[in-house]
Design a protein around this ligand. Structure first.
Ligand code: MG
Length: 165
């Protein structure tokens, strides 16, 4: 039941996502660096500080926070054995026909327009910087986090591209 008096916990959601990323070994600076390295080819005056600010702005958007929390929690719950079969095995084995990880991520990639879709495809393939670590790690459940990181970086690149257009 929808409770009209519930106030969306913006700060808690932001802190949750940033903290969980940190617990998983991802610092915001790692993500800002990927954005900078990618976008400086197109915008020579771009600075790393500008990318860091754009990233923090994007991370305050509810559309991003909602999907990020669901993605991060599904990896954790699966890792801890709290998801039932057959879903648990589907997630653990990062099955190609699953696609929910990509769907959640694409909504994030698109928050600054459809340019994010193209960017997401690029980062999903290239596995830049910190994203590559999750692609190679065979011990933890990383089915959602790798797409999530690619999507966040893609969204911020889209935001910057629009600002410079
Ligand atoms: Mg995935």
């Amino acid at each position: 039941m929808n409770n009209p008096r519930f106030k969306y916990p913006d700060t808690k959601a932001y802190n949750f996502v940033v903290q969980r990323l940190q617990d998983r070994g991802v610092n915001l600076d790692d993500l800002a660096q990927i954005v900078y390295d990618t976008q400086k080819k197109f915008e020579p005056e771009l600075t790393l500080e500008f990318c860091q600010t754009a990233l923090v702005d994007a991370l305050h958007k509810r559309e991003l926070l909602n999907n990020a929390m669901v993605a991060l929690e599904l990896d954790r719950l699966t890792q801890e054995g709290k998801v039932e079969e057959p879903l648990a095995s589907i997630i653990k084995n990062d099955v190609g026909v699953f696609g929910v990880d990509e769907t959640l991520a694409l909504q994030i990639a698109n928050i600054y327009g459809t340019i994010g879709t193209t960017n997401f495809g690029f980062f999903d393939r290239e596995k830049n910087g910190i994203i590559a670590r999750f692609d190679r790690d065979g011990i933890h459940v990383n089915t959602f986090i790798d797409d999530l990181l690619a999507a966040i970086v893609a969204a911020v690149c889209g935001k910057i591209a629009h600002q410079y257009a």
